[in-house]
Write a protein that binds this ligand. Sequence first.
Ligand code: ATP
Length: 375
Amino acid sequence: MAHVELNDLVKEFDDVTAVDGVSLDIPDESFTVLVGPSGCGKTTTLRLIAGLERATDGEIRIGDEVVNDQRAYERDIAMVFQNYALYPHKTVRENMRFGLEQHDTPEDTITQRVTEAAELLQINDLLDRRPSELSGGQQQRVALGRAIVRDPAVFLMDEPLSNLDAKLRVQMRAELNKLHEELSTTTVYVTHDQVEAMTLADQIAVMDDGQIQQVGEPTYVYTNPRNMFVAGFLGSPSMNFIEGTLEESGGKFELNLGTDTHDVPDEFIDQLEGHLGERVVLGIRPENIALNQDGVPSNVHPATVQVVEPQGEKTVLELNLDTGETIKAAVDPDTTVEMGDSVNLRFDRDSLQYFDPKTGRSLTHEPKPERKAAV
Ligand code: ATP
């Protein structure tokens, strides 16, 4: 096993800079997830680590070695792809053996590793079938098995679950978690699915436009986003952003929203006082909005219910604030509201975030020693 380190990594394709100065520390035995929207450079970063692309600039270390000049097969990694990439004419057993045979592994080691991996993945019964005789979930297990038998220092996984249906994806996600607990192999996993990222990762790196926006433990990044991009990307429905002008009134700070006012809790005064008179964005997650909290003196905002969307474990409401802005709240499924109802919203004061709309940066982000900040 090994840690992986990316230092100022750059990859240019003609006029596209796919990876734009990425620095990231991937600790030994960690499960690190690169997450971000389509085209943000996740796959290219993974392919650079794999040796399938050559870096334009920067350094890639696996263990103590700089591997920039090593070919893919010389790097101690195994890759799992979205499309499984199994050999159609080979059986499951032959698919799993193939990589080891290429590396001249002794026969008894091959047999032992294939047997162990097949047991771990519960595909012992499928060893003599061909990929076309397997379901998508089984094919993905074989692809994982082929990586596991290699016993590499690092697993690289590129959206391995995205071809599976929703139910199977959730099941395989749990299995990947278990597998990682069992094997502890350093894993770098690429996905655009933020739920997958949050549930699998012990370290998440949120990417946008070829750059890492924030790195850290998933819950920390979720509750302490460094900027509006990260705040908006993680979470479904997304964080609400409400813009106003920051003003002072009788020693208190408030955000003038036009026809409504948001009282800023006193604990943010130090962080926000340099922005008095400026436009500031309030960020509040849908799950941190409560309805009809009578008798609460501050942070009650009148709104009208536009859409009621029951989702089982929660109900998502689309609400029009008196200011004209539309926001979403995720409330208890027992909540009885209908379209057109007037409600009062209370924003949980412990969950408020404030951002600078010019730069997108959080004004209230609480820095925590991260494994390695990239920006
Ligand atoms: P997705 O989730 O859609 O796979 P991604 O975040 O993995 O996206 P990349 O595939 O790394 O993104 O692509 C990053 C950028 O680099 C994109 O603009 C893409 O078009 C470009 N790119 C990737 N590979 C190549 C290539 N071989 N030649 C030219 N441009 C490329």
